[in-house]
Design a protein around this ligand. Structure first.
Ligand code: CUA
Length: 315
């Protein structure tokens, strides 16, 4: 971390892209500002009261060709800027496959993070440099916002919903993590640090964390404890959808729509099971709203996701 500087650290791929965009826009806007200001000044002097400058009609060339020319030029400039900013944003929203998946749970007033091997952190996040990291985030209470200025990364974290973000850190070091959505008394203290390590250091760090059940393992235990397995197990007498291999795949619903079984769909199915019923099944599952908290939902989703992975390996 550096001392005071008007320019924040640039420590991720996106940060470099955003900086280029920012500088590009600044240069273009500055050039236009300069041009307009200079013309204003020049015309003020040239057409001042009493000057001998010509004031008649403009020549046809200026009236038509120049007009069309600058209108077209600014149109293409605006379209180029739209494409540039738009493609940067779209790229920022699409995590590459195989990214390291980290679960983030926000609550008043702390950040809890979990690594694929089950390692947990509070108000800290260790990540390897150069690898894509996907954040799967949710909130236990109110709206928070995950903000890492050095990565130019900011995404709202909402109760009852999953939001995702991803980044690829390009510099090792410690960077600020902020909550960027006013969320109550200690909002300003809801801060942490993102520690970027070399990949081998990260592997060593992760291995040194106390052994813990990973999210999916905890989810499996919950799945049994809550009675989900009573109906969803292969051997069950109740006619309920099989869950193995369903994660990430399209599902046909009773009303004819098709929906991809992502984290949001699995959560919705647990909390509002009668909303998106799978084709061929009756809406008999009870809601688990109030019985499971956001952490439990993350565990259950991770478990169902892991079933998908196992199924995929067998094929
Ligand atoms: Cu959480 Cu502000």
């Amino acid at each position: 971390m550096r001392g005071f500087s008007l320019w924040p650290d640039t420590a991720s791929e996106l940060a470099a892209q955003v900086d280029r965009l920012f500088i590009g826009l600044l240069v273009i806007a500055g050039a236009i500002l300069l041009l307009v200001a200079l013309l204003l000044l020049a015309f003020c002097i040239r057409y001042r009261r009493g000057s001998a400058a010509q004031r008649g009609d403009l020549p046809a060339f200026v009236k038509r060709d120049v007009e069309i020319g600058w209108t077209a030029a600014t149109l293409f400039l605006a379209l180029f800027l739209f494409w540039w900013a738009g493609s940067t944003q779209i790229h920022a929203g699409l995590p590459p496959p195989g990214a390291l998946e980290i679960h983030v749970l926000a609550k008043q007033w702390m950040w809890k993070t979990r690594h694929p091997n089950g390692a947990r952190e509070i108000n800290a996040l260790h990540v390897p440099r150069g690898e894509a990291v996907r954040l799967v985030m949710t909130s236990q209470d109110v709206i928070h916002s995950f903000f890492v200025p050095a990565f130019r990364l900011k995404r709202d974290v909402l109760p009852g919903r999953v939001t995702e973000a991803w980044f690829r850190a390009t510099e090792t070091g410690e960077f600020h993590l902020f909550c960027a959505e006013f969320c109550g008394t200690d909002h300003a203290r809801m801060i942490g640090r993102v520690v970027v390590l070399e990949p081998e250091e990260y592997a060593r760090w992760a291995a040194a964390q106390p052994q813990q059940e990973d999210l999916a393992g905890e989810g499996a235990a919950l799945f049994t404890a809550l009675g989900c397995s009573g109906c969803h197990a292969v051997s069950s007498a109740v006619h309920a959808p099989r869950l193995a291999g369903v994660y990430g795949r399209p599902v046909r619903l009773a009303d004819g729509r098709t929906i991809v079984a992502d984290a949001a769909y699995v959560r919705d199915s647990i909390l509002q099971p009668r909303r998106d019923v799978v084709a061929g099944y009756r809406p008999i599952m009870p809601s688990f709203a109030g019985l499971v908290d956001q952490g439990d939902l993350q565990r259950l989703v991770a478990y169902i996701q892991s079933l998908g992975a196992e199924e995929g390996r067998q094929r």
